[in-house]
Design a protein around this ligand. Structure first.
Ligand SMILES: O=P(O)(O)O[C@H]1O[C@H](CO)[C@@H](O)[C@H]1O
Ligand SMILES: O=c1cc[nH]c(=O)[nH]1
Length: 235
């Protein structure tokens, strides 16, 4: 039991898939896991544990943005013994060659969030990176399943709605797209010593103005879910 999670030690598997949307967590549990138990409901931030192909796996919603996600990650790692977290999120594509639904593995996280400066002080531009073995395993897993993935830098924006950030320039510098958590996830992984990877599906294209519905964001990203689950059972 912790402030935001009403579970007991042992309720979570060592590997957790973490979507921002708690209803995406429910979708994964309902459609991919066997012997499912709901283990968190505080604030509607649903968490589940079940088995995938005989291996214990948990799914826990994080809410949106680094501040909300950080609460769940701190509690999962410090109070429930979680060792690996794979975020399974949506993102706004920026690169031209990304189509809606495409899967991306974030090999780096850029951000306008203050968390990096708050941690290291001004003048230090710490690089937010995933666990390499997890990234490699997810990449090889996707390849073996014939699921195309792109790998690259993702920008975690503190604000979903902003018109100050030069997204064109970030794209010119190789950033593939934007969401709201990746740099915080990798920072916490380094601080708390767990393995992390951000796996994403394109829910919209910010320059082409294309967008999926809220319902599709909960239920249509099955390629990403399969890559994460198949990677999870190799942990
Ligand atoms: O779909 P999720 O995983 O929530 O991820 C993206 O969607 C939310 C914004 O709509 C932010 O959390 C962003 O990172
Ligand atoms: O954070 C997000 C998620 C999807 N699309 C965006 O533009 N931003």
């Amino acid at each position: 039991m912790s402030t935001h999670i009403n579970a007991e030690m042992g309720d979570y598997a060592e590997v957790v898939l973490m979507p921002g949307d708690p209803l995406r967590a429910k979708f994964i549990a309902d459609n991919f896991l066997d012997d499912v138990k709901q283990i968190n409901s505080v604030r509607g931030m649903l968490g589940f544990t079940g088995t995938y192909k005989g291996h214990r796996v948990s799914v826990q919603g994080s809410g949106m943005g680094i501040p909300s996600m950080s609460i769940y990650i701190n509690e999962l790692v410090q109070f429930f013994g979680v060792k690996t977290i794979m975020r399974v999120g949506s993102f706004g594509a920026m690169a031209d060659d990304i189509q809606l639904g495409d899967v991306v593995l974030a090999s780096g996280g850029s951000t306008d969030s203050a968390v990096i400066q708050q941690t290291f002080g001004s003048g230090i531009y710490w690089s937010a990176l995933p666990d390499f073995e997890l990234l490699h395993a997810a990449y090889e897993t996707a390849k073996s399943l014939d699921i195309p993935v792109k790998v690259g830098n993702i920008f975690a924006a503190d604000r979903f709605y902003n018109d100050e950030i030069d997204m064109k320039k970030l794209t010119e510098y190789g950033v593939l797209g934007t969401e709201m958590e990746v740099a915080g996830l990798y920072l916490l992984a380094a601080k708390l010593h767990f393995k992390a990877l951000d796996i994403l599906s394109a829910s919209d294209h910010i320059f082409r103005g294309e967008a999926l519905s809220a319902e599709k964001r909960q239920t249509s990203f099955t390629d990403m879910m399969v890559v994460a689950l198949e990677t999870a059972i190799k942990e």
